[in-house]
Design a protein around this ligand. Structure first.
Ligand code: PLP
Length: 362
């Protein structure tokens, strides 16, 4: 059955965006970040499209196991590391590398019996203040790891930027200095840059970069769009016009009667709503794209539908395809209208929307 709502996933765009990462951070290894079902784009799809990456990074053990069970042999990094001894054993069994960010994990590593050591990325809190060891604890942690048979030789250092969406924020400099000082004189590979660091702060590139949102074609910067950085949207979310109605000036449209026709109006009903992941808080005026023309959302977003004003667009017909975001309509624009970021828009798309792959070379 063909679903009315489709997320087209463009593999060429994915590969192109990965080549943009390589061009922006020449000589660096690339950890392709695929947590949360590859930002809602499909984890196994991402693994196929981004096969040229050097390692796949996911947040949690179950995401890594999904990759391994599908036959993915590429190195995998757990960004939150192992949470329980069973997960530590799974790291050995499935060859998962783990971020080590907390004393509880270090202790687990010291007391669990493993038949092979685990590759670790030691997380240093350079100022994000979410995960990681304080810089002044790094020496003692390294001593304990050197004495721990479960820690593989070849430890790497990792840290995360808090404000890289603003390339003018001096806190980025503070974090870079802190990370440099904490790792100074140690012979180990280092990783700091997310997409914002890759595109805005070459000093953060070090040995390994960790792109997420830019792989999916969006700008990591406040107020930016992917095209500014020659990125191409991977996901295009589309629905259809299932009704066209005519209402008189002053008549309300939708729940709560929050919007009234400012003139005699031609109103289109599109078969997508918050049950599909279109944000309920999208305000009147949020654009959709129909046959290359923009129409404004009017009234409240329902579970299964939205309404758009077609009064100025007489050429649009019942059954026409409607783009909510993607090719021709940057997701960044919708996110900004809604007061969120593209990351959340993508993650919110529900299983009711069917993914359709294009340019996947199958
Ligand atoms: C999500 C994540 C990234 C990727 O961030 P983007 O802003 O999407 O590029 C990189 N590193 C870590 C630790 C992350 O959690």
């Amino acid at each position: 059955m063909q679903s009315v709502n489709i997320a087209t996933i463009d593999f060429n765009a994915w590969r192109h965006n990965l080549s943009c990462v390589r061009a922006a951070a020449p000589g660096c290894y690339v950890a392709a970040v695929m947590k949360a079902d590859a930002y809602g784009h499909g984890l196994l799809r991402a693994a196929r499209a981004l096969d040229n990456a050097d390692i796949f990074a996911v947040a949690r053990c179950d995401e890594a196991l999904t990759l391994r069970e599908a036959g993915v042999a590429k190195p995998i990094l757990l960004l939150e590391g192992f949470l329980r001894p069973e997960e530590l054993k799974l790291c050995v069994q499935y060859e998962l590398q783990a971020v080590l960010h907390h004393e509880s994990q270090l202790r687990m590593l010291e007391i669990t019996r493993l038949n092979k050591p685990v590759y670790l990325w030691l997380k240093i809190d350079s100022g994000m203040h979410r995960l990681g060891f304080a810089p002044n604890r790094v020496s003692i942690v390294l001593e304990r790891l050197a004495a721990c048979r479960n820690a593989a030789v070849g430890l790497r250092f990792i840290s995360h930027l808090a404000n890289s969406d603003d390339p003018g924020d001096p806190y980025n400099c503070y974090q870079i200095d802190t990370f440099n000082n904490a790792t100074q004189g140690r012979v180990a590979e280092r990783s700091m840059a997310n997409s914002g660091g890759i595109l805005g702060w070459p000093e953060t590139h070090f040995d390994w970069v960790r792109p997420g949102i830019m792989l999916y074609g969006c700008s990591p910067f406040k107020g930016g769009i992917g095209a500014d950085q020659y990125l191409r949207p991977v996901m295009t979310l589309e629905s259809r016009l299932i009704a066209i109605q005519y209402y008189s000036i002053g008549e309300p449209v939708g729940y709560g009667s929050t919007w009234r026709c400012p003139r005699d109006s031609r109103i289109g009903v599109v078969a997508i709503g918050y049950g599909d992941g279109y944000p309920r808080n999208a305000p009147s005026g949020t654009p959709v794209l129909i046959n290359g023309q923009r129409a404004p959302l009017v009234g409240r977003v329902s579970m299964d539908m939205i309404t758009v004003d077609l009064s100025d667009l007489p050429s649009i017909n019942l059954g026409d395809s409607v783009t909510l975001w993607g090719r021709g309509l940057p997701a960044e624009e919708i996110a900004s209208k809604v007061g969120t970021i593209t990351y959340e828009l993508f993650c919110r798309v529900t299983s009711r929307v069917v993914g359709v792959e294009v340019n996947n070379n199958d």
